[in-house]
Design a protein around this ligand. Structure first.
Ligand SMILES: [Zn+2]
Length: 305
């Protein structure tokens, strides 16, 4: 079943949430683009920019890390300062009401948690945290960013547009860039993110598989499922004869195996679904629940806490 009309999409999604609650959510980059975070891929799953750094390249080559951190000086603040959007908030409300259970996210921005959700699995890690690849110590990315700035003030002066996952479009001579190392052991610091070419930790995958197995089905939001780490959950749902609902515009790797494809704007569809499921009929007119001001208030609260 393939639906494009927003009202029909919201009606269908509401029916699935009522009949199969709680659904497990698998979220992708399309959820965070409205927060100003660029996506690696376009609506059809093709790269919008050059592919991101590979795990082995990052670990093996100092010059790759110099380029990475110089570009991060320009790209990461955008990620760090981003605020949850109305779709994050709608998912949080549906979770709180019991329609959604665990949220598996492929995003590394932490925005679903900052929208107030609990039971979130960061499948690909957390870009705002650093991990020492030698001693394993976790430290805030902000500390790494500030040390990079202090050591390399001239690199901060360039103009660069922001790319996905804290990267930026900067090509200069990076050979003089000073890369900070672990304060405890002098080891290589890496964002606590699963890079392309690396694997999601086994226990994290199993935790997500368990959550899906004990729920009513899978709702994929804003992901084309081009990466296998996400696609495997679509296959798991189908094999277990659970409903698989796709909410994203354009092509999806799971189009052929999905129970229903909701090919519509994800924010509008989720807001309309919240309206249908969580608002008593008499209160629906003249009292918009989700406004921009409410969204930003919630976001500020979460930043402060
Ligand atoms: Zn260390």
């Amino acid at each position: 079943m393939h639906i494009t009309n927003i009202n029909q999409c919201a009606a269908t999604l509401s029916q699935y949430l009522q009949a199969h609650r709680p659904l497990t959510v698998l979220a992708g980059a399309g959820l965070s683009t409205a927060s100003g975070i660029p996506s690696y891929r376009d609506e059809n799953g093709n790269w919008q920019q050059s592919p991101p750094v590979q795990h082995q390249q990052f670990m093996q080559h100092h010059h790759v890390r110099q380029r990475y951190w110089a570009r991060s000086l320009h790209g990461w603040p955008n990620l760090y300062q981003a605020q949850p959007n109305l779709a994050h908030k709608a998912i949080q409300q549906l979770q709180q009401a019991g329609y959604i259970g665990t949220i598996i996210t492929q995003n590394v921005d932490g925005l679903q948690q900052r929208a107030g959700s609990d039971r979130v699995i960061n499948l690909h890690g957390d870009a705002n945290q650093m991990r020492c690849m030698q001693c394993g110590q976790l430290t805030p990315r902000l500390d790494m960013h500030q040390r990079s700035l202090q050591l390399n003030p001239t690199f901060a002066d360039h103009e660069a547009s922001v790319l996905a996952d804290g990267d930026a479009n900067l090509e200069v001579d990076f050979s003089q860039f000073q890369v900070p190392a672990c304060r405890s052991c002098d080891g290589i610091l890496k964002p606590d993110v699963v890079y392309f070419g690396d694997n999601v930790p086994r226990d994290r995958v199993e935790q997500a598989q368990q959550a899906l197995a004990h729920s009513g089905g899978l709702l994929v939001i804003g992901s084309s499922l081009m990466v296998f780490s996400g696609y495997r959950f679509a296959r798991q749902a189908v094999q277990a004869q659970q409903p698989l609902i796709l909410l994203n515009r354009g092509k999806n790797r799971a189009d052929d195996i999905a129970t229903v494809k909701l090919d519509s704007d994800l924010s509008a569809t989720l807001l309309s679904t919240v309206e249908r499921l969580l608002r008593p009929p008499g209160e629906r007119l003249g009292e918009p629940e989700l406004t921009n001001s409410e969204g930003s208030t919630a976001a500020h609260k979460n930043v402060a806490s």
